[in-house]
Design a protein around this ligand. Structure first.
Ligand SMILES: [Zn+2]
Length: 484
């Protein structure tokens, strides 16, 4: 217990440092268009030797709930993350599980002590944040901090308890709620929401997912620093629901891989992952305007016709539109694509010219009648590299994964197309007029990096998490956080 308290005290110091740095970063980066790369806090000191390469024998499969991680890893310094839960709220209400301090002045001044079960209400005001709780009230300059006296107690926002501490920021509009949480606790709140709860048979996939999510967190730490935190708690980064829905096998997977990340060339890799690759993963630079990475190249997900992810409900899918429906969709999505393209020179360099007018003065913002669609180019993994859509206004050239934001379904569960891996059928009437457009697709998601359904199938077939990671991130090394 004393060791835990000691670790916790150091964690708090780190959190205080982190939050202090964030406050400065918010001011410095506020007017900057470029996203800050690199960590907000320096990585913790080197404390462990590199772990074995991927592909080497996996640790003993867990048949009990005893963490299998190397003991030395458990002594690693805690790494804290600042997770953005919500922003732009005029009012926030939190409930405390145990006695909790409400702090102002960068954590230096106790404003109130809230007893177990008490509510704390915070409102955006002109002079800062109006607060009430623990029988007191006042107005204080942001940021405000809620810190449980006993770190085992959570802070409840909505119906979700969160570990760690809460920080309330007051940007120009409304309030931002940030959960400052230790990396490993954060991962326990990510893994079940990102890959599900497959239980013991899927443990190796959960372990691979935990390593990928840990790596992603560190590689992207600080990406949102202009907003005052590290990562969003939703699909913009990784879905995180605090302690709600924690699962013992997911917890075990996080514990078994504690402190392990994937690295290449001395830094954490961009460990993207998706639901179902559909038979082949993507090469990152073919689907997104990003640099090629040796560990994010296209790999076959098993032998032809027996891909690891073939059990996914979205391994194969179909969609179709009447010409009128698709025409209506495209009036919105084609101009949106051109807008997306013009937002950054890197996008245009990667995608090329997005529109060729049919005649001088044609308005790209008004596509008009749909005349035809054609797959002009495919990627090495068979996804759409370029789709040409011909309308009265001209030809729109849609590049890579963005095609999913253009050919959006008119009904169904998803607001964008399942994947950019598909075959296209265009039906025309005798008069040559377009009648129906159908696609027969493969997979769900961008296809870059780890395929979650594939990883689950590999786990059930007896492969360890090291083999799974080596399969989906070829050439990346499994190392400890902070290793040189
Ligand atoms: Zn797959």
């Amino acid at each position: 217990m004393s060791a835990d308290l000691d670790r916790r005290a150091r964690g708090r110091l780190r959190a205080a440092l982190l939050l202090g740095v964030l406050a400065v970063a918010t001011v410095v980066a506020g007017g900057c268009a470029g996203r800050r790369r690199g960590p907000v806090v320096a990585p913790p000191p080197v404390v462990v030797a590199p772990a074995p390469l991927p592909g080497s024998p996996a640790p003993t499969p867990a048949d009990t709930l005893t963490p299998e991680a190397e003991p030395v890893l458990r002594r690693a310094e805690p790494v804290w993350l600042a997770i953005g839960l919500v922003s732009g709220k005029p009012r926030l209400e939190l409930t405390v599980e145990g006695e909790t301090e409400l702090l102002g002045g960068e954590g230096a001044r106790v404003l109130a002590r809230l007893p177990a079960g008490a509510a704390c209400v915070l409102e955006a005001g002109r002079g800062g944040v109006a607060w009430r709780g623990g029988g007191k009230n006042g107005v204080a300059a942001a940021p405000l901090l809620l810190r449980p006296v006993d770190p085992r107690h959570g802070l409840i926002w909505g119906d979700t308890p969160y570990g760690g501490e809460m920080r309330v920021l007051r940007p120009q509009s409304g309030l931002t709620l940030v959960n400052a949480v230790e990396l490993e606790e954060y991962l326990r709140g990510v893994v079940p929401w990102e890959i599900g709860r497959p239980g013991e048979p899927g443990l190796a996939a959960l372990e691979a997912q935990a390593v990928a999510a840990r790596t992603y967190s560190l590689a992207h730490r600080g990406d949102r620093s202009n907003l005052g935190f590290d990562l969003w708690a939703d699909v913009q980064d990784q879905v995180y629901h605090g302690r709600r829905g924690n699962d013992r096998w997911c917890d075990l997977a996080v514990a078994n891989t504690r402190g392990l990340v994937l690295r290449h060339g001395g830094r954490e890799i961009e460990a993207y992952y998706c639901s179902t690759c559909g038979g082949r993963t993507s090469d990152v630079h073919e689907v997104w305007p990003r640099e090629a990475r040796p560990y994010l190249v296209s790999v076959a997900d098993g032998p032809p016709d027996s891909s690891w992810c073939r059990g996914s409900p979205l391994f194969r899918w179909e969609k179709s539109w009447s010409a009128a429906d698709l025409e209506r969709v495209l009036q919105r999505t084609l101009p949106e694509y051109l807008q997306w393209l013009s937002a950054s020179p890197a996008r245009r360099d990667w995608a090329g010219e997005g529109f060729a007018p049919a005649r001088s003065g044609a308005d790209a913002r008004r596509p008009g009648r749909l005349r035809g669609l054609e797959i002009a180019e495919r990627t090495s993994c068979g996804r759409i590299a370029r789709l040409d859509i011909r309308t009265d206004a001209g030809v729109y050239r849609i590049r890579g994964d963005r095609v999913r934001w253009v050919l959006v379904p008119v009904e169904g569960r998803f607001s964008i197309l399942e994947s950019a891996s598909f075959d296209l059928t265009v039906d025309k009437g005798r008069d040559g007029a377009l009648r129906r457009v159908s696609v027969a697709g493969r997979g769900f998601g961008h296809g870059v990096g780890l395929c979650q359904h594939g990883a689950l199938a590999m786990a059930r077939a007896g492969h360890g998490f090291r083999e799974i990671l080596a399969h989906y991130y070829p050439g990346a090394r499994l190392e400890a956080v902070g290793a040189p």
